[in-house]
Design a protein around this ligand. Structure first.
Ligand SMILES: CCCCCCCC/C=C\CCCCCCCCCCCCCC(=O)SCCNC(=O)CCNC(=O)[C@H](O)C(C)(C)COP(=O)(O)OP(=O)(O)OC[C@H]1O[C@@H](n2cnc3c(N)ncnc32)[C@H](O)[C@@H]1OP(=O)(O)O
Ligand SMILES: Cc1cc2nc3c(=O)[nH]c(=O)nc-3n(C[C@H](O)[C@H](O)[C@H](O)COP(=O)(O)OP(=O)(O)OC[C@H]3O[C@@H](n4cnc5c(N)ncnc54)[C@H](O)[C@@H]3O)c2cc1C
Length: 664
C-alpha cells in the first residue's frame, strides 16, 4: 500500500525538476549521492536515534554522546569513509561532540601553525584518534580580545622547556569544547615569554590527561563548566575549564610555523604574518557559513511543510479553511528565509573556494589575500549566523503554538544554534573587523592602489557615488545589473560617509569607537552585497533541469528585494534609490512571493533532509502532523501514569483543603 502523503498535491504543483535542484543544493551530483547515502545510513541506525535526547539528564546525554561518537568512529573505520563522508556523517548525527573540536580545530591548528616535523609527530596520532585534542584559547577573563589572554608559557633555557602557568583566576581557560571531560591534549594559546620579554600569544601542544588512566597530569586542573542554555542542545558538549600550575612541556611543543624559539631561548619571528596564529579561526568561520545554510534550511523546511498542512479561517460553504502558507503575511515572513537558505548555500560554496585559494597561496608564502579572507570569513560568519539564529525563532513563530513543542524540533535547533553568534568570534566584534578593512580600503582609494576581490566595486566609487537608479516600473527590479548597482552604491556610499565622519576625529581610534554602531551597519551592507553578488554569479553558471534556473532567479530576486525593503532607510538616505523606487521594489516582491508559492514544498524537498535529521513532527516529509503529534503526546513520561507522581503529597492535600474550605 502506498504511504499517505499529505503534501502530494503540493508536490505536484512544482514547476521545476526536483532531482536537478537537489544536485544544485548539494553542489554536484557526486556530493548529492554521497550525502544522500550517508544521511540514510545515519537515519537507519538505532544508535543515532535522537528523539529522546531532550529528556535525558546531563550525565546520560553526555554518555549517549560518547556512545554515538564511538559508534560513528567505528562506522567510519568499518566502511572506510573518506574525510568528506566522515564529516557528512558527523553533521547528520547532529549532536555536538568533542569530535567537532578535535577534527575542526585541534587538527587544523597543528596543520596551519605547526612545522613539518610537528605534523609528522602529531598528526598521525590525531588522525587515528589515539590522542584527542581541543582548542584552548578563551579564558574566564578574555575571549574576544585574544591579545589580552593571561596564561603564560615561559621558556626555561636550563631544561629546554616551557613552563605553562595560569597566574590569575581570570587566566583560567574557560569554554573550550571537548576540554571538560574528554581531551587528552589541547592546543593552548598562551603568552610566550623568553628572557623576561613578552612576545604575545602563541599556540602550544599540551598533554592534559594520561593516555592509560585519563587522569589529569600533575599541575593540571580540568573540569566541565556546567549546564548551558536549553535542554539537550549544546549540553552534549563538555565545554571545559583548565588551569596550569607550572606545567612543563618540551620546547618543540610550541607551534613554530609563525615564530620560533631556539635552543638558546632566542625568539625568531619568521616572514609569516603574526595573524596566522589566528588561522584556525578563519578556517572554522568558513565552515560556519556553510553550516548556517544547513541550519536555516532545516528551520525553513519545518515551517514551510507545516504551513502547507496548517489551516486557519476562511472556510467557504463548509469547505476547507485556508492553508496558512497562503496568507501574504506568512509568505512575506517565510519566503525571504527560504531564499536566504539558498543564498547562504551559494555564498558558502564560494567562501570555501576562497579559503582553499588563500590556503594554497599561504603554502607558497603569498600572504596578499589574507586580509580579504579574514574580512570575508569574519563578516559572512557574523551575518549568516545572526540571520539564521533570528530565522529559527521566526520559524518557530510561523508554526504557531505547535512550534513551541519540543518535538517540532525548533526549540532545540535554536538552543544549539544561537551560540554560533558568539563563538568563533562575537558577531559584533567580527563586523568591526570588516569595518576596519573597509575603512582601510577607502583610505587607499586615492593612492592608486586598486581594490580587488570583494572590494573591487570600490574602484568604481566615482561612478557609484553619483549613479541614479533607473527603475520606473516594478519589473525593472528584476534586472540583475539594477539590483547589483543599488547594493554596490549603497555599500560604497555608506563606507565613504563613515570614512568622512572618521576623518573629523583627531584620534582615529576615538573616532572608530564613537562611530562603531554606524561602522557595523557599513559592514553589514558590504556583506549583504557579497551574498547578493555571489547569488547572481551562481546564476551565470550553466544550470540544467527544467525550471531550475528560473526558480533560482526568483529566489535570488526575493533575497535581494527583501533586503532592499528591510534596509530601505539606507538605500533612500544614501540617495541610491527614491522612496517611489522602494515602493516598486516592494510591489515586485509581492509578485515574486506568488511565484514561489506553488514551488515552496518542492524547494524545501530539494534540501533532501531525512525525517531523522529534521527531527520534527511538524516538518515530517509526509505531512501527517496531527496524528503524529497525538501519538507522540502519549509517549511523554508524564503520561506513563494516569495520576502523576506527587499527587498524594502535594495535590490531594490542597484539593481536600479546598473541599473543606468550600464546605465551611
Ligand atoms: C563522530 C566522528 C566524526 C569524525 C569526523 C571526521 C572528519 C571530520 C572532518 C572535518 C570536521 C570539521 C568540523 C568542523 C566543526 C567545527 C565546529 C566548531 C565549533 C566551534 C566552537 C567554538 C570554538 C571557539 O570559539 S574558539 C575561540 C574563538 N575566538 C575568537 O574568535 C576570538 C575573536 N577575536 C579575534 O579573532 C581577535 O582577537 C580580533 C580579530 C577580534 C582582534 O585581534 P587583534 O587585537 O590581534 O587584532 P587587531 O584588531 O589589532 O588586528 C590586527 C590586524 O590583524 C588582522 N587580523 C585579525 N584577525 C585576523 C585573522 N584571523 N586573520 C588575518 N588577519 C587578521 C586585522 O585585520 C588587523 O589587520 P590590519 O591590516 O588592520 O593591521
Ligand atoms: C558554546 C560555546 C563554545 C565555545 N567553544 C570554544 C572553544 O572550543 N575554544 C575556545 O577557545 N573558546 C570557545 N568559546 C568561547 C568563545 O569563542 C567566546 O565566548 C567568544 O569569542 C566571545 O568572547 P567573549 O565571551 O569574551 O565575549 P565578550 O567579548 O566579553 O563579549 C561581551 C559583549 O561585549 C561586546 N564587545 C566585546 N568587545 C567589543 C568591542 N571591541 N567593541 C564592541 N563591542 C565589544 C560583544 O559584542 C558582546 O556584546 C566558546 C563559547 C561558546 C558560547
Amino acid at each position: 500500500m502506498e504511504a499517505l502523503d499529505y503534501h502530494a498535491e503540493e508536490r505536484r504543483k512544482a514547476e521545476f525538476n526536483l532531482d536537478e535542484m537537489k544536485i544544485v543544493w548539494a553542489g554536484s551530483r557526486r556530493n548529492y549521492e554521497l550525502s544522500d547515502r550517508v544521511a540514510r545510513l545515519v537515519a537507519s541506525d538505532p544508535v543515532f536515534r535522537k528523539d529522546n535526547r531532550t529528556m535525558l539528564t546531563r550525565k546520560d546525554l553526555f554518555k549517549d554522546t560518547l556512545r554515538k561518537a564511538a559508534h560513528a568512529w567505528k562506522r567510519i573505520i568499518d566502511l572506510r569513509l573518506s574525510e568528506e563522508e566522515a564529516n557528512m556523517l558527523r553533521s547528520y548525527v547532529d549532536q555536538p561532540a568533542f569530535t567537532d573540536l578535535h577534527w575542526g580545530m585541534f587538527i587544523p591548528a597543528i596543520k596551519g601553525q605547526g612545522t613539518s616535523e610537528q605534523h609528522e609527530k602529531w598528526l598521525p596520532m590525531a588522525y587515528k584518534m589515539q590522542i584527542i585534542g581541543c582548542y584552548a584559547q578563551t579564558e574566564l577573563g578574555h575571549g574576544s580580545n585574544v591579545q589580552g589572554l593571561e596564561t603564560t608559557a615561559t621558556f626555561d633555557p636550563q631544561t629546554d622547556e616551557f613552563d605553562l602557568h595560569s597566574p590569575t583566576l581570570t587566566s583560567s581557560k574557560w569554554w573550550p569544547g571537548g576540554l571538560g571531560k574528554v581531551s587528552t591534549h589541547a592546543v593552548v594559546y598562551a603568552r610566550l615569554i623568553t628572557g623576561g620579554q613578552d612576545h604575545g600569544v602563541h599556540g602550544f601542544i599540551v598533554q592534559l590527561r594520561g593516555l592509560d588512566d585519563h587522569l589529569p597530569l600533575p599541575g593540571i586542573t580540568v573540569g566541565d563548566i556546567g549546564m548551558k542554555f536549553g535542554s539537550g542542545a549544546y549540553n552534549s558538549m563538555d565545554n571545559g575549564l583548565l588551569r596550569f600550575d607550572h606545567v612543563r612541556i618540551p620546547r618543540n611543543q610550541m607551534l613554530m610555523r609563525v615564530s620560533q624559539v631556539t635552543r638558546e631561548g632566542k625568539f625568531v619571528q619568521s616572514d609569516v604574518p603574526r595573524q596566522l596564529v589566528y588561522g584556525t579561526m578563519v578556517y572554522v568561520r568558513q565552515t560556519i557559513v556553510s553550516d548556517a545554510s544547513c541550519a536555516l534550511a532545516r528551520a525553513v523546511c519545518i515551517a514551510t511543510r507545516y504551513s502547507a498542512v496548517r489551516r486557519q479561517f476562511g472556510s467557504q460553504n463548509g469547505g476547507p479553511e485556508i492553508q496558512v502558507i497562503d496568507y501574504k503575511t506568512q509568505q512575506s515572513r517565510l519566503f525571504p528565509l527560504l531564499a536566504s537558505a539558498y543564498a547562504f548555500r551559494f555564498v558558502g560554496e564560494w567562501l570555501k573556494w576562497l579559503y582553499t585559494d588563500v590556503t594554497q597561496r599561504l603554502q607558497a608564502n603569498d600572504f596578499s589575500t589574507l586580509p580579504e579572507a579574514h574580512a570575508c570569513t569574519a563578516g559572512l560568519k557574523s551575518m549568516t549566523t545572526s540571520v539564521t539564529a533570528d530565522a529559527i525563532e521566526e520559524c518557530r513563530k510561523l508554526c504557531g503554538g505547535h512550534g513551541y513543542l519540543s518535538n517540532s524540533g525548533l526549540p532545540e535547533l535554536f538552543a544549539v544554534y544561537i551560540p554560533t553568534c558568539t563563538y568563533e568570534g562575537d558577531n559584533v566584534v567580527l563586523l568591526l573587523q570588516v569595518a576596519r578593512f573597509l575603512m582601510k580600503t577607502v583610505s587607499q582609494l586615492g593612492s592608486g592602489k586598486k581594490p580587488v576581490g570583494t572590494t573591487a566595486y570600490m574602484g568604481r566609487a566615482e561612478h557609484l557615488m553619483q549613479c541614479r537608479c533607473e527603475v520606473e516600473m516594478a519589473q525593472d527590479w528584476l534586472k540583475p545589473s539594477t539590483i547589483l548597482e543599488a547594493f554596490e552604491a549603497r555599500a560604497v556610499r555608506m563606507s565613504i560617509a563613515c570614512a568622512k565622519s572618521l576623518g573629523k576625529f583627531s584620534n582615529p581610534e576615538d573616532g572608530f569607537a564613537e562611530l562603531s554602531p554606524d561602522l557595523v551597519e557599513v559592514a553589514i551592507a558590504h556583506c549583504q552585497l557579497i551574498v547578493v553578488s555571489k547569488f547572481l554569479e551562481k546564476l551565470q553558471q550553466d544550470i540544467p533541469g527544467k525550471g531550475v534556473k528560473r526558480q533560482l532567479e526568483i529566489l535570488c530576486n526575493v533575497y535581494a528585494l527583501h533586503l532592499l525593503h528591510k534596509h530601505l532607510g539606507d538605500f533612500v538616505a544614501t540617495g541610491c534609490i527614491t522612496p517611489n523606487q522602494g515602493a516598486l521594489a516592494n510591489e515586485q516582491l509581492r509578485l515574486l512571493y506568488a511565484q514561489v508559492r506553488p514551488n515552496a514544498i518542492a524547494l524545501v524537498d530539494a534540501f533532501n533532509y531525512t525525517d531523522h535529521y529534521l527531527g520534527s513532527i511538524l516538518g515530517c516529509y509526509d505531512g501527517n502532523v496531527y496524528q503524529k503529534l497525538y501519538q507522540e503526546a502519549w509517549k511523554d513520561p508524564l503520561n506513563d501514569t494516569v495520576v502523576p507522581d506527587g499527587y498524594l503529597e502535594y495535590l490531594r492535600p490542597i484539593l481536600k483543603q479546598h473541599i473543606r474550605t468550600a464546605r465551611l
